[in-house]
Design a protein around this ligand. Structure first.
Ligand SMILES: NC(=O)c1ccc[n+]([C@@H]2O[C@H](COP(=O)([O-])OP(=O)(O)OC[C@H]3O[C@@H](n4cnc5c(N)ncnc54)[C@H](OP(=O)(O)O)[C@@H]3O)[C@@H](O)[C@H]2O)c1
Length: 248
């Protein structure tokens, strides 16, 4: 049920953190994985270890996103899996002061690129008669996070859940499933500053019911379930993986 043998997968954000962990897991399950992000050296190093192909692209530039799927088709064949894990926060300003260019950059990378990539893989998944798209959002798309301002980021992550439900309904007739995984807090490049101070670590511990620190590998199970046949009757959903943060 978790076997992805022979399937081509695209994983964005594969140069570090959650995306890299997901790419390793999909490869272990048998998929041939196209690794997408800006840092080609990191992608090439991972491709060296797990096979697949490195496809460097700045996904915050909508004019370039359209080149990704054709490059993957040429390198590995038509994709049946797309995991949109690339994302970033471009400002730590409070909502009333977020600069317009940071708001736009956040929208372009976190929401527009996943939509454009979904459009790009659609004809290939329709032709294959199956496909699975998994977007990586955030619990901040569902709840406000006191003390860590992130208005535009939260808006894009909530937007992914809306996009997910709509694509799921439109594309279900082609057996293309679309889901979102919403992580809580995990140690990665993007969250590194939070894990450096005792005060912020204590904040994370206090707000996370499970007595564990989330690692990138904790996201992998949900993504594997949703990409493989184990999740074949699941579509349009946002699955929260947060150690219980939003359950309080
Ligand atoms: N870690 C957490 O606690 C947490 C919580 C909730 C949600 N998330 C979400 O999980 C996803 C992965 O984040 P992470 O925690 O693994 O952080 P990360 O280690 O910083 O990874 C972010 C990835 O996105 C890529 N990326 C950033 N800007 C890009 C651009 N313009 N074009 C192409 N790729 C770009 C980065 O690669 P390059 O720099 O090489 O381009 C990197 O591979 C993100 O969508 C994030 O919002 C993370």
């Amino acid at each position: 049920m978790f076997d992805l043998d022979g399937r081509v997968a695209i994983v964005t954000g594969a140069s570090s953190g959650l995306g890299a962990a997901v790419a390793r897991a999909l490869s272990s399950a048998g998929a041939r994985v196209a690794l997408v992000a800006r840092r080609h050296d990191k992608l090439a190093a991972l491709a060296e270890q797990i096979g697949g192909a490195a496809v460097a692209c700045d996904l915050s530039d909508p004019g370039r996103v359209g080149s990704v799927v054709p490059a993957v088709v040429e390198a590995l064949g038509p994709p049946e899996i797309l995991v949109n894990a690339a994302g970033n926060m471009f400002t730590t300003e409070r909502a009333e002061s977020e600069p317009l260019d940071a708001v736009r950059q956040t929208m372009d990378l976190n929401l527009l690129a996943p939509f454009l990539l979904a459009q790009g893989v659609f004809p290939h998944m329709r032709a294959a008669g199956r496909g699975s798209i998994v977007n990586i959002s955030s619990i901040s798309g569902r709840v406000g996070i006191p003390g860590i301002p992130q208005a535009s980021y939260a808006a894009t992550k909530a937007g992914l859940s809306g996009l997910t439900a709509e694509l799921a309904v439109q594309w279900a007739r082609h057996s293309i499933r679309v889901n979102t995984v919403a992580p809580g807090f995990f140690r990665s490049e993007i969250t590194a500053p939070l894990y450096e101070g005792e005060r912020s670590l204590e904040y994370l511990r206090r707000n996370t019911p499970l007595p564990l620190e989330g690692t990138a590998d904790d996201i992998v199970g949900a993504v594997l379930w949703l990409t493989g046949d184990a999740g074949r009757y699941v579509t349009g959903q946002t699955i929260v993986v947060d150690g219980g943060w939003t359950a309080r």
